[in-house]
Design a protein around this ligand. Sequence first.
Ligand SMILES: [Zn+2]
Length: 293
Amino acid sequence: MSQKCPACKSENIEFELGLKDYFLSQENFEIMVCRDCKVSFTYPFPHESEIHRYYSSDNYYSHSDDKNGLIPFLYRKVKSININTKYKQVTKGMVPGKLLDFGCGIGDFLAHAQSKGWSVHGIEPNEKAREIASDKLNNAILDNNGLNKFPDNHFDLITLFHVLEHVYSPDDLLSDLLRVLKPDGRLILALPNKNSFDAKFYKKFWAGWDVPRHLWHFNPESIDELLKKHQMEKFREVPMRWDAFYVSLLSEQYKKSTIPLANAFLRGLISNFKAGFSGQYSSLIYCFRFMKS
Ligand SMILES: [Zn+2]
């Protein structure tokens, strides 16, 4: 095979799984894994000028506050409970300072942090989400080019909740983000974990693949490998237990299950129970800081 790993350019890559974009386009894709840098990636990558096509659904919940129906309702419930937990975990031991949420969506996490005294900034590529977030925070949310306007060593905390897997060049983005992070600052990455029980159970139906919107499919090993190149070390991993249920519910729908709720509840429980021993939760929040030289 003459293809190369889009991350490290190694030719040491293998086919992992064939699957579909069950969420929207129903187009076929593959998951490939790189034996050198350990990351899995979607093959082929849609061209950057085409990717918007795969987001053009009203059902992309993370950008919408007002959808009816059971799944959006559950999603919102879980999200509001999650935000407080997430906030406490990622800011543990910190005093409020300057926060950048990259890919802030409609700004719920930023709004929560703002209420706790943080000076907040957001970057969001989706125009509609950007408008909603700007109103909510009374603070202009920037588009992707906005990162350039911040001086070096500016932020105490930079968060990316389910964002890095959507980015064409994680290396370039990390370099840009780490420029604006203070030397003693924290970088937080929340990502689906392809090593989780629910990923292994649902296989091609696992909603965490979310191809081709997710270009990259990380696990704890590959994320460490990526961040090591940027002189970052992980100092904490935080489980996202609700994600096991939510991802299982979507996966059940992709499978066209007749009893999605009951099955998803059971699989979510098993996933969290197993992860209690292995650490391989459905999604994980990774906390990174600069290595001490
Ligand atoms: Zn590679």
